[in-house]
Design a protein around this ligand. Structure first.
Ligand code: UGC
Ligand code: NI
Length: 169
């Protein structure tokens, strides 16, 4: 069976409200914040829900160095982590193309796309379908917090209807 031609995917502004079905937005704007260390530091507190499930779960702190992707970007698959959340935050202002769908059985009609600002990251909730890291414009380095431990924690699924992001503005 031939694969259909990619359909264009619209980009939405990344806000906490818009991203709520998929996880959390990591940003200082609107965050609970308070001074610590005798006022020399501001703590932006409790920004995401870290989820760790399955056997012998533990938190992994990683650095990802993503190559630069340029438009048009083909979206042919999504993945999910059934045993834990996964957070990405740019340590050098790299922007990401974020393509997601709600947890559960993949419903391709519910796929949505966002582009992060240089001071935004995301935390994919446990089971949220997402495309692996898509760093835009220049190679980027991201702090990634996700789940380690026993068991299978990455399901991949090819899209019946491939998508394409034509414009990264
Ligand atoms: N495989 C891996 O560690 N990274 C992916 O899960 C990803 O979302 O980039
Ligand atoms: Ni992932």
């Amino acid at each position: 069976m031939s694969v259909p031609a990619p359909l264009p995917l619209r980009i939405e502004p990344l806000t906490r409200e818009a991203f709520a079905p998929f996880g959390d937005v990591i940003e200082t704007a609107g965050a609970a914040a308070f001074p610590i260390n005798a006022g020399t530091t501001t703590r932006y507190h409790d920004l995401v829900q870290v989820e760790l499930a399955g056997e012998a779960p533990r938190t992994l702190v990683n650095l990802f160095e993503g190559k630069a992707w340029h438009a048009p970007i083909a979206i042919r698959m999504l993945e999910r982590h059934p045993l834990g959340s996964q957070a990405f935050y740019p340590v050098d202002g790299g922007r990401m193309l974020i393509v997601v769908a709600p947890p559960g059985e993949l419903d391709e009609s519910k796929i949505r796309a966002f582009i992060s600002a240089p001071d935004q990251g995301v935390n994919y909730a446990r089971g949220t379908w997402h495309h692996p890291l898509l760093c835009l414009q220049h190679p980027g380095r991201f702090l990634v917090v996700d789940r380690g431990g026993e068991g299978h924690n990455c399901d991949e699924q090819l899209l019946k209807q491939p998508l394409s992001v034509l414009n990264l503005r």
